[in-house]
Design a protein around this ligand. Structure first.
Ligand code: FES
Ligand code: FES
Length: 168
């Protein structure tokens, strides 16, 4: 069964007809030509497909496109809102937060989402004090980014970049 849906992808309304079994990742990459989200594992284990869906981070390989008709999808290409880089992307550049870059679009989307979650006071598994603002220690950053794997092992620089972006 198929349905026609509209997604707002990086600020552009995109119409697409999708089989109901089509993941958001496949709709973006294969149907709409939006290749920023990467297919690493295709079953929710690596985070390379992370996008922001209505402002919250999601694994697009575990999300059915048809369930998000009308949603706002932000990929790494649209994070800066145009030709500009987002502050998180600037920080990844400044801190060498990548090597091959395959995981990076997912890492930056996840970092933007998690900084917003921390700002809103969402606790993580390692948050000790639930009564005050989240202190984004390196442990907090690592825990909150633990769904995004990097086969190049750029983790120390990724943490540096996110710490820098959080301060900015
Ligand atoms: Fe989605 Fe790996 S491709 S989590
Ligand atoms: Fe190569 Fe992360 S930079 S997988």
């Amino acid at each position: 069964m198929e349905s026609s849906i509209t997604l707002d992808v990086d600020g552009q309304a995109r119409d697409v007809v999708v089989d109901h079994r089509t993941t958001l990742l496949d709709a973006l990459r294969d149907r709409l030509g939006v290749t920023a989200p990467k297919k690493g594992c295709d079953h929710g284990q690596c985070g390379s497909c992370t996008v922001l869906l209505d402002g919250r981070r999601h694994l697009s390989c575990l999300t059915l496109a048809v369930a998000h008709d009308g949603a706002e999808v932000t990929t790494a290409e649209g994070l800066g809102g145009g030709d500009q880089l987002h502050a998180v992307q600037d920080a990844f550049l400044a801190r060498d937060g990548f090597q091959c870059g395959y995981c990076t679009p997912g890492q930056v989307c996840s970092a933007v989402g998690m900084l917003d979650e921390a700002k809103q006071g969402h606790p993580s598994h390692v948050t000790d004090d639930l009564t005050s603002e989240v202190d984004l220690s390196d442990d907090e950053i690592r825990e909150r980014m633990s769904g995004n794997l990097c086969r190049c092992g750029a983790y120390p620089n990724i943490v540096d970049a996110i710490r820098e972006a959080a301060g900015a």
